[in-house]
Write a protein that binds this ligand. Structure first.
Ligand SMILES: NC(=O)c1ccc[n+]([C@@H]2O[C@H](COP(=O)([O-])OP(=O)(O)OC[C@H]3O[C@@H](n4cnc5c(N)ncnc54)[C@H](O)[C@@H]3O)[C@@H](O)[C@H]2O)c1
Length: 182
């Protein structure tokens, strides 16, 4: 598998979920993992059709770009950021990307996955570790990263990077803390 870590990012089309755009999900911001093909690509397109802004990620950078380029003539937009979700930094990077670009986050579609055929007891240790990393650990890190961002709401102090306007994460106000590497 071609692996990339935090590859190039681009938004397609150039729009943002500004007020006034049509669609029942206008103004909603959703992260979709495994967005380059299959179900993830379909989820991304449908969310954009309904007006959402999608932060889309996949380990396959070329296929992700192609999927994002295919999002046309819809009210929403997709910001494509190629990442390997087994990288421990990826969930935090994507959460921060969503908040810095759009100031809020409403949902996560934890879709990235590896389909393996054959009996599960036939997996060797490396395959088993990769399956758990993609399907379980990454989703846990998103949840833990989300919790840490929420916990940062009431904390301030030196080194905190204050930004204009409130950020919202899953409908609750958050304050980003620390120095971002996004
Ligand atoms: N298609 C089915 O019938 C079916 C059935 C049950 C469950 N699922 C689950 O639904 C999800 C989507 O299925 P699909 O058929 O669209 O699969 P798919 O193989 O077409 O797409 C999965 C995407 O996840 C990406 N991905 C894999 N590892 C990644 C990583 N480390 N970091 C970032 N992206 C990564 C792949 O590059 C790929 O684009 C998977 O989690 C799968 O296990 C699918």
């Amino acid at each position: 598998m071609h692996r990339v870590r935090a590859g190039a990012a681009a938004t397609h089309p150039a729009g943002r979920p500004d007020a006034g755009l049509p669609g029942p999900l206008a103004g909603r911001v959703v992260i979709v993992t495994g967005a380059a093909r299959g179900l993830g690509r379909a989820y991304t397109l449908e969310l954009c059709r309904q007006g959402a802004a999608v932060v889309a990620t996949d380990v396959d950078e070329a296929a992700l770009k192609e999927a994002a380029d295919a999002v046309r003539d819809v009210p929403g937009s997709v910001h494509a950021q190629a990442c390997d979700i087994t990288d421990p930094d990826t969930p935090r990077l994507l959460l921060r990307t969503a908040l810095r670009r759009y100031g809020q986050l409403h949902g996560l579609v934890s879709n990235a996955g590896l389909l393996r055929s054959g009996p599960i007891l036939g997996l060797d240790d490396d395959d088993l570790r990769l399956l758990l990393d993609v399907h379980v650990t990454a989703a846990f890190r998103f949840a833990a990263g989300h919790r840490r961002l929420l916990a940062g709401r009431s904390q301030g102090g030196p080194g905190h990077r204050r930004r204009r306007g409130p950020h919202h994460l899953l409908g609750r106000p958050v304050r980003l803390q620390g120095r971002s590497r996004v």
